[in-house]
Design a protein around this ligand. Structure first.
Ligand SMILES: [Zn+2]
Length: 265
């Protein structure tokens, strides 16, 4: 008796090896959430970045799969390059070179299947440069199509409509991230918020700063104060987190849709 195998879910690791081979093809997309287990102040869980990446990626995969895109969710790569939080007990981090090796080795294994596209959905800023590095290694070494993106639309609080003003500095355990976790897993958020910790002097500089400012600088999260928070979680709320979560799932879903139709030329 033969029967066509129909996967019950989009979870790569829930299938048998032969089932995976018959269920996937060269149009399939392997979606790999990647996060971190790192100090997020006294109010958020260590797995915040892994949790956000996995939750957003999972919802986005379900959504695009329902629209006919053959996306598969791989197990979350929870440990990341979190050396900026090395000083904080509880943080479990890898050297950049170790993580780079892992990214390449996961891609090498995916290249053994019919799947030729990887999309990393990343919840931790410290992983970004390594993902860019891995994308090209995987392209060159195994001919894979590789993409990486943030799992979160997390704009700093701008001081409008009751939102705290983080002066563009709300990058870690601040308003956006705390709100997101309050929506996704409220039971993991402590009732007391840490005090506002916005690096005011850096906010005033024209060129040196985080994210999109043109001059980068080496920092560890205790450079800005003892809590390890960079931002202002005091106004965080689940309602805002729900909006951010939905915007993030929309973004990742749209990105996977573009990836599905992507051509180099
Ligand atoms: Zn985080």
């Amino acid at each position: 008796m033969t029967s066509e195998f129909t996967p019950a879910s989009r979870l790569w690791a829930d299938l048998s090896g032969p089932a995976l081979i018959s269920a996937t093809n060269e149009r399939s997309i392997a979606v790999v959430p990647i996060g971190a287990i790192e100090h997020h102040g006294p109010h958020l869980p260590l797995r915040t970045d892994a949790l956000v990446a996995e939750t957003v990626a999972s919802a986005a995969v379900e959504r695009v799969a329902a629209a006919g895109i053959d996306a598969w969710l791989l197990p979350t790569l929870s440990y990341g390059k979190s050396d900026e939080h090395y000083w904080a007990p509880g943080t479990l981090w890898m050297e950049g070179t170790t993580l780079l090796d892992q990214l390449i080795e996961i891609g090498r294994s995916i290249a053994m299947t019919p799947v030729k596209t990887i999309a990393f959905v990343n919840g931790h800023g410290g992983n970004v440069m390594l993902l860019g590095w891995a994308n090209r290694e995987l392209r060159r070494q195994f001919g894979l199509r590789t993409f990486s993106m943030s799992s979160g639309i997390g704009l700093p609080g701008d001081g409008v409509d009751g939102r705290p003003d983080e002066q563009g500095q709300g990058i870690h355990a601040g308003f956006a991230e705390t709100s997101m976790v309050m929506h996704i897993a409220p039971h993991l958020v402590a009732p007391e918020m840490p005090p506002r910790n916005v690096p005011e002097k850096i906010a005033k500089l024209k060129h040196i700063g985080f994210n999109r400012k043109p001059v980068m600088f080496g920092w560890t999260s205790d450079d800005f104060g003892p809590t390890g928070v960079i931002g202002d979680a005091t106004g965080a709320n689940a309602e805002h987190g729900k909006k951010l979560f939905e915007a993030s799932v929309n973004f990742v879903g749209e990105a996977l849709t573009e990836i599905d139709g992507f051509e180099f030329a």
